[in-house]
Design a protein around this ligand. Sequence first.
Ligand SMILES: Cc1ncc(COP(=O)(O)O)c(C=O)c1O
Length: 380
Amino acid sequence: MEYSALSELLRVTANLKIVSLAGGLPAPESFPLKIIKDLNDLVLKKYGGTALQYGPTDGAKILREEIAVWLRDRNIKVFTNNIGITSGSQGALDTIGKIFIDEGDMIAVESPTYIGAVDAFAPYGPTFAEIETDDNGIIPESLEKILKTKKIKFVYLIPTFQNPTGRTISKERRKQVAEIIKKHDVFLVEDDPYNSLRYRGIPLDPIQTLAPENTIYLCTFSKVLAPGLRIGFYAAPVEIAKLMVAAKQSVDLHTNSYGQYLAAEYLKTGHLKKHLPNILKIYRLRQMAMFKSLTKYFPSLFKWTKPEGGMFIWVTGPKNFDALKLYWKAVEDNVAFVPGTYFFAHQKEGKNTFRLNFTNVNEKQIEIAIKKLSEIIKKT
Ligand SMILES: Cc1ncc(COP(=O)(O)O)c(C=O)c1O
């Protein structure tokens, strides 16, 4: 295992003077502190010691029941025995790697993809096939070609407001992807942490709804409650869910009980539905501020994605633009972002791209940071 170069870059951004568009952190102002305080009292009163005791590996039953109800809003029809609770969705990614990946297995991923997934799978020794993408997400023909010509263990996708690009796989392509994975009898890991963070437009059903027997669906409370609680979950066919439980048991016995009961009551009492508009309001304004500043300051040869939600915008410069060079100059000027090359499974690509986060900085900071970046770009 190697300490990743990306971690080194992100370490630099811990300097308090830096305006960081680098991480993927929710805004602390979005955390429902008052609700959590009330739920604390409720959980202690209602569940007593059970909320602080060891619990079942697949998670607290009440939370799994509530998640099954919540997922109906996305047209996902699953039951408690399909659902398991993990330490963030990151925990689920590791468990999936542990169960399914043997040394040398090939995994198909988007190009670019969430590097935290690549890092979670990497210790199990896979290789990666990169699926081509455009503004509508993955290109189904590219997936089909990979599945026809290579032996793929599973496909890993973030279809909605993808990290790092913010892109969403279109409705038409979701249908095609579902057909392709069913035809090739391969399974899909659908990672969906940003689903609730929609600022405009019409929600799309997850691919899981079109291929439930072939999909392990992952989601998390990190973006709608608080990431520090580390509560994520999967919904999978029962046979796979059983394997997930067996693999998780030896790692951490179960995810923290207290947080699970808090999350369960956050859903059961209707607080998520009431609080979500507050989160969306903060992020919608920040995203608009970033779009506005990019349009105002950035040179015309630069293009960026225009997601309807999520936490990221992906910028592509002209072919000869070097985002890593910009990174080091920007850090001297107290601005940080993530050079795009780190999000490619084969890190020789995307040198002219970078990822911007807009959720953990306010509108004023966004304007200052984007202006500074554009000034450095124009000078070099
Ligand atoms: C695509 C994706 N998957 C998984 C995660 C992990 O989230 P968590 O472990 O907090 O649920 C993240 C975090 O940013 C992410 O962007």
